[in-house]
Design a binder for this molecule. Structure first.
Ligand SMILES: Nc1ncnc2c1ncn2[C@@H]1O[C@H](COP(=O)(O)OP(=O)(O)O)[C@@H](O)[C@H]1O
Ligand SMILES: [Mg+2]
Length: 509
């Protein structure tokens, strides 16, 4: 400031910075603003001319907020607490900090909200640092290609839509098609893999989140899992922040060279929260009334996943974002955005749910664009023509329904297809080891399940899995290697299966 008369009056900003810098006792000066308007989940604040975008503000009522819009004389603020506690005219102060999330091993086993505050009745989580929830995604040179598999323990995925560590694979489908179940299933399979898991519930009812937590706990996975929950009754601002907070914690662990699996359940609710906030802040609505930057909101979130180079920590963040469709409409705005941002999608079809064919993965529309490279050769060999066999089978099945007289070859192909589709069925909370999966698939492809009814097939699969758990440990050892299943191992599995399926030669070979 060159003005002579103002020389001896310290500029308030300088004074404030000075006061904040010397962290001792003494008076603290801060700027003061007031609430000018209040809406559902948002507030318009006047007077904090120097507040920055993304800065946290403290309201006198104790509620916190984040600056989303900065306009002359007016701040659009998203509230991170109940808006009915805030009143017009209330004093608002700057914090000079952006929204941040505690990070550290102490968060594992905990249930927290989008700011890291405990929701499980425990004390504040043991954190070693607090990191901004918004962070720049790692640069291309800090990344490596996806090459290591993330086993989900779910046959149809590991075989036909394999996921690699560091991949972003969308779980997409109508409501109640099993999306949450798949995401949680993938978490349950990380028991002996050392992969750290984060389940982020966005806009879900409390009882639904409680069920997921119970499942994770019952599966013995809570010790290595963090649950972040932003329910639908709370402020939309927390729901908006939650997935970013999840990525921030994931980045901490990836920076320690750990592999992290993040399930974001779901981004439909996330987009809706953001739309609600944006409309209340009177931002111009675009397609489906979503604000114009919703693509960027999701892109910059999912860009934070990946396999990182050693100089960038060396860990990986695998992200399974969930998105809910309506009446199977994959071309709605948010689903198409997410399909284009991710490295593939797993589509769960209501048609399969109606036939009780769980997991309801529709292989015709599901792809994994990078996971194939990470799939182990043993799986690749068995799964190679699974997709083709199944789609041919479904075509034939349609014909079969017209009551056409079928020749023997067609009948045999129908039986094989039905057996393979049956073999891909799997219950919830029932992860399978790679060897168990492979054994079931090898036996199904070989035709040993042909013509079995449902109950017999399930018994046969159970028996086979039991035999694999007790039996050939040495095959399991070879599976993770670079070699495909050897002919000897394959016949070993088939012999075991024949022994189980044809007791005393009852069936006849
Ligand atoms: N593999 C499965 N086997 C049997 N039932 C399942 C399976 N996966 C999901 N379900 C059932 O389907 C219903 C919907 O599952 P959920 O994961 O909550 O769906 P979404 O998250 O898509 O709404 C639940 O009742 C669940 O028990
Ligand atoms: Mg769900």
């Amino acid at each position: 400031m060159t003005d002579r008369t103002r020389r001896d009056i310290p500029d308030p900003e300088t004074l404030l910075t000075g006061l904040l810098a010397c962290d001792g006792p003494g008076p603290r000066l801060s700027e003061i603003g007031r609430v000018a308007e209040i809406g559902d989940g948002i507030a318009i604040v006047a007077g904090l001319e120097r507040a920055l975008a993304d800065e946290v503000l403290h309201f006198a009522s104790g509620v916190r907020g984040i600056v989303l819009d900065v306009e002359p004389g007016r701040l659009g603020v998203v509230l991170l607490g109940a808006s009915d506690r805030v009143t017009v005219g209330e004093v608002v102060q700057r914090s000079r900090k952006v929204a941040s999330m505690p990070v550290g091993p102490g968060l594992l086993g905990r249930v927290v909200d989008a700011l890291g505050l405990p929701l499980d009745g425990g004390g504040a989580p043991d954190a070693i640092a607090s990191r901004p929830v918004e962070a720049e995604a790692p640069a291309i040179l800090d990344r490596l290609p996806v090459t290591r598999p993330l086993q989900t323990g779910i046959k149809v995925i590991d075989a036909a839509v394999p996921i690699g560590l560091g991949q972003r694979e969308l779980l997409i489908g109508d409501r109640r098609t099993g999306k949450t179940s798949l995401g949680v299933g993938a978490i349950l399979n990380q028991r002996d893999t050392g992969v750290i898991c984060i389940y982020c519930a966005i806009g879900q009812r409390g009882d639904a989140v409680a069920r997921v937590i119970d499942t994770i706990r019952a599966g013995g996975m809570m010790d290595t899992t963090l649950v972040i929950a932003a329910g639908d009754e709370e402020a939309a601002g927390l729901a908006y922040l939650a997935p970013y907070a999840a990525m921030t914690v994931a980045e901490y662990f990836a920076g320690q060279a750990r592999d992290v699996l993040v399930v974001l359940d779901d981004l439909t609710h996330h987009a809706r929260s953001y739309r609600e906030l944006s409309l209340l802040l009177r931002r111009p609505p675009g397609r489906e009334a979503f604000p114009g930057d919703i693509f960027f909101v999701h892109a910059r979130l999912l860009e934070r996943g990946g396999q990182f180079a050693p100089k960038a920590g060396g860990g990986s963040i695998t992200v399974l974002p969930v998105v809910e469709t309506q009446a199977g409409n994959l071309s709605a705005y948010i689903p198409t955005n997410l399909i284009s941002i991710t490295d593939g999608q797993i589509y769960l079809s209501p048609r399969l749910v109606r036939k009780n064919l769980f997991p309801a993965v529709d292989l015709g529309v599901s792809v994994s664009r990078v996971g194939g490279k990470a799939q182990s050769p043993a799986f690749r060999a068995v799964a190679g023509n699974l997709r083709v066999t199944l789609s041919q089978f479904e075509e034939l099945e349609e014909f079969g329904r017209f009551g056409t007289r079928l020749d023997d070859v067609t009948r045999a192909r129908l039986a094989r297809g039905a057996a393979i589709r049956g073999a891909l069925r799997q219950g919830e909370r029932d992860p399978m080891t790679a060897l168990e999966q492979l054994a079931v698939l090898v036996v199904a492809v070989e035709g040993l399940f042909d013509g079995m009814d449902e109950a017999t097939l399930f018994d046969a699969m159970d028996g086979l899995r039991g035999a694999m758990r007790e039996g050939p440990g040495e095959i399991a050892g070879r599976l993770s290697g670079e070699a495909p299943l050897s002919e000897a191992d394959r016949s070993h599995i088939l012999d075991l299966a024949r022994g189980l399926l044809e007791p005393e030669g009852g069936r006849g070979a």
